[in-house]
Ligand binder design. Structure first.
Ligand code: UD1
Length: 429
């Protein structure tokens, strides 16, 4: 298994190009199942999760080309994907494919809406809490589906097609909102989603569905209205920039010090995280080119944060911010409200000498003068990058094990950091 070696100390200076958002690309790719025409997606990041989803989609009958080439002709995933599900050849998504990535469960919605049936393995994904799918199934039931659980599979049926309905999510759910949007777009009649997620990735999916012929109003607010259409067509859509990657590198610069332009980043996608960084003593300068992040010798100040659905502070940046707070001049409280058990990075950060105490859903971080490099283990996608951030400011060498977690979500991580002066390399095997 690959490892990443980091020697802490250098400041970061230069330009980091921000990739397309993984969490937008995944539902957009899944939307290709809704039509027999070609969906072309630009700005798709080169990530293990994208490759894994391509394999799942292919199993259902999606033919794909990457940058105009067919599978096998290129080694890596590419920037432009052409996806065509001319015919759905299989409505089953098997365990061995779905168990690796939670978002792949969302194929249940387009398969059910287009084919009247779907059999999808219950999901896996990052080990951050139990992460059930009850809200997603409730939404499909509200649209007229019958749902049964058989031997670890969800069997969803709507023989006469889905019909519009009222969906009220008891808690904000990104996956639930994506699923409901896709299913309702091809249902007979009107659907209203109440307490919908407002994340930018929801808006990106809705924008693409509208280009495909869907009738959707209110995406980006808590109430989304959809008038079902009989069929959807092809479209061309560019994936929005990755706000989590943006926030992660912003925190890396805040930690290591320096001055970096996050090229192509859009501040409105992560204003709450940028405000938090500003409060911690970092200069944030937005322009047409992206977001410039600068910390020239100023101390890192402690800031309390609580994760929340968008537009609040994202749970996917909680671990990275905690890494930054380990070097703050004082104590900060970090509260996790979205996922229970999303503190696995705490014990790994402690290996650097960080002082963190857990109190239920809150971590109390007392900043220390210095961190020391250590061997550490990546546990989930976002937690693993928090270890990289800590390592950038730690004295000496850090070895991050199990870096396949990083490859799921961060495109060219080492190259992007090396280009700004970090000492970081991947060791194969
Ligand atoms: C998505 C993101 C993930 C992010 C999360 C919250 C993708 C691919 N993943 O995950 O990176 O951390 O949003 O912003 O976009 N819940 C239930 N029942 C359900 C569904 C959710 O109880 O049926 C709970 C979850 O356990 C969690 C909360 O609702 O506590 C929010 O989860 P949700 O927004 O659905 O997360 P994902 O869509 O899985």
């Amino acid at each position: 298994m690959d490892r990443i070696r980091i020697v802490g100390g250098p400041e970061l200076h230069g330009v980091i190009p921000i990739s397309g958002a993984k969490n937008a690309a995944l539902p957009l790719m899944i939307a290709s199942l809704l039509t027999n025409e070609t969906l072309t997606l630009e700005n798709v990041p080169r990530l293990a999760d994208i490759t894994a989803l391509l394999r799942i989609l292919q199993n259902h009958g999606v033919d794909y080309k990457i940058d105009g080439k067919r599978p096998g002709e290129v080694q890596t995933t590419g920037r432009t994907l052409h996806l065509q599900a001319a015919a759905i050849v299989d409505t089953t998504a098997p365990y061995d494919l779905v168990s690796k990535m939670r978002a792949s469960f969302w194929v249940v919605a387009p398969l059910l809406a287009r084919m009247g049936e779907a059999k999808v393995s219950l999901p896996g994904g990052c080990a951050i809490g139990t992460r059930p799918v009850d809200f997603l199934l409730m939404a499909l039931e509200k649209l007229g589906a019958s749902i049964e659980i058989e031997a670890g599979y969800v069997v969803a049926k709507a023989r006469k097609g889905l019909r519009g309905g009222e969906i009220v999510f008891p808690k904000v759910t990104v996956g639930g909102t994506h699923t409901a949007l896709m299913a309702a777009s091809l249902a007979h009649g009107d659907t209203t989603i109440h307490n919908a997620a407002r994340e930018p990735e929801i808006v990106d999916l809705a924008d693409c569905l509208v280009k495909m012929g869907a009738k959707i109003k209110g995406a980006g607010t808590s109430t989304i209205e959809i008038s079902g259409v009989a069929r959807l067509g092809g479209a061309r859509h560019a994936v929005l920039p990755d706000r989590i990657e943006t926030g992660t590198y912003a925190m890396a610069v805040a930690m290591a010090g320096g001055d970096v332009l996050l090229e192509g980043a859009r501040p409105e996608l992560l204003q709450s995280a940028l405000d938090t960084l500003t409060a911690s003593g970092v200069d944030i300068i937005s322009s047409n080119e992206g977001i410039r992040v600068r910390r020239n010798g100023a101390p890192i100040m402690p800031v309390d944060v609580s994760t929340d659905p968008f537009p609040g502070f994202p749970t996917d940046l909680q671990a990275q911010f905690m890494a930054l707070m380990t070097r703050a001049k004082g104590a900060s409280r970090i509260t996790e409200t979205i996922f229970e058990n999303r503190f696995m990075h705490v014990q790994e950060l402690a290996r650097f000498g960080a002082k963190i105490r857990l109190d239920n859903d809150m971590a109390i971080v007392t900043g220390v003068e210095k961190l020391t490099g250590a061997p550490v283990m990546a546990t989930d996608l976002r937690a693993s990058v928090s270890l990289v951030i800590a390592a950038l400011a730690a004295e000496g060498e850090t070895m991050v094990h199990r870096v396949y977690h990083l490859d799921r979500g961060f495109e060219h991580l080492e190259q992007k950091l090396v280009a700004c002066g970090a000492v970081i390399e991947r060791l194969a095997g």
